[in-house]
Design a protein around this ligand. Structure first.
Ligand code: NAD
Length: 251
């Protein structure tokens, strides 16, 4: 189908994982996709796959000028703020520098991209902003996700605030709360936990067993929700946190 024909979509963290799957899915639905990331090598592999409708460029969501340049290039109707990082540990493990880093990358980054993109959306009278939150945080407490959960819960507040302030301007703003999703960084987390537990298989079992479906999500399954929220099919939906977690929090 071509559910996004004619729309321009800017995706952050599109080099791998959910961002990459979403960039590809958006392009398949007819959007003109601006796929950005700090990792130029990852972007190069996406470019080399030769998807039509995808333009790749470097954009660091922690750098205000880089965000302004990227938004000026994309002039997006759809903004998917996907960049984020997972810190491991409880409140007693949390270090100031981890909190500063996570607040900047997981939360303030979205403020930056929205401040850059929103005036153009308001001027054109249309826009869909999709922010990456997580089931871990405001939906469910996940073990050893203190810094992460705190910042991902903040994304929900940020989302609702933008939604209510610009609803009369034709702007929608929603966020996505996935359970565990297979991605390069998730594989790194399984490996790290495996080293801690002395067994990769036990680490994998811990991650998979908390998902009642007995498996983690594929990035493409999250991308399908991104497509829905980006398209006019979701025209009556704004200000919500959309849970997509394989039944993790719904039991
Ligand atoms: P990932 O963690 O494997 O990849 C993250 C990407 O972000 C990388 O390509 C990296 O280069 C990019 N990035 C890092 N810093 C950046 C910056 N300053 N500017 C731009 N890009 C930057 O991918 P993933 O696991 O699919 O995670 C994507 C998002 O989804 C994150 O926000 C994550 O918190 C969220 N999420 C992931 C899961 C999961 O289980 N994988 C679950 C819920 C939410």
């Amino acid at each position: 189908g071509q559910r996004l024909e004619g729309k321009r979509a800017l995706v952050t963290a599109a080099g791998q994982g959910i961002g990459r799957a979403s960039a590809i899915a958006l392009a398949k639905e007819g959007a003109r996709v601006f796929a950005s990331d700090v990792n130029s090598k990852a972007l190069a592999t996406l470019r080399d796959e030769g998807h039509s409708g995808i333009e790749v460029f470097e954009l660091d969501v922690c750098d205000g000028q880089s965000v302004k340049d990227g938004v000026a290039r994309a002039t997006p109707e759809v903004l998917f703020n996907c960049a984020g990082f997972v810190h491991h540990g409880s409140v007693l493990d949390a270090k100031d520098e981890e909190i500063e880093f996570a607040l900047d990358l997981n939360v303030k980054s979205m403020m930056r991209t929205i401040q850059a993109a929103l005036p153009g959306m308001v001027a054109r009278g249309t826009g869909s902003i999709i922010n990456m939150s997580s089931a871990a945080g405001s939906v469910i407490g996940a073990p050893n996700r203190f810094v992460y959960g705190m910042t991902k819960a903040a994304v929900v507040g940020l989302t609702k605030s933008v939604a209510v302030d610009f609803i009369k301007d034709g702007i929608r703003c929603n966020c996505i709360c996935p359970g565990t999703v297979e991605s390069p960084s998730w594989h790194d987390r399984v490996t790290a936990l495996g080293e801690e537990l002395g067994s990769y298989d036990r680490a994998m079992e811990q991650f998979v067993s908390r998902q009642p479906m007995g498996r983690v999500a594929r990035a493409e399954e999250i991308a399908a929700l991104v497509i829905y929220l980006a398209s006019d099919e979701s025209a009556f939906t704004t200000g919500h946190a959309h849970i997509i977690d394989g039944g993790w929090s719904g039991q």
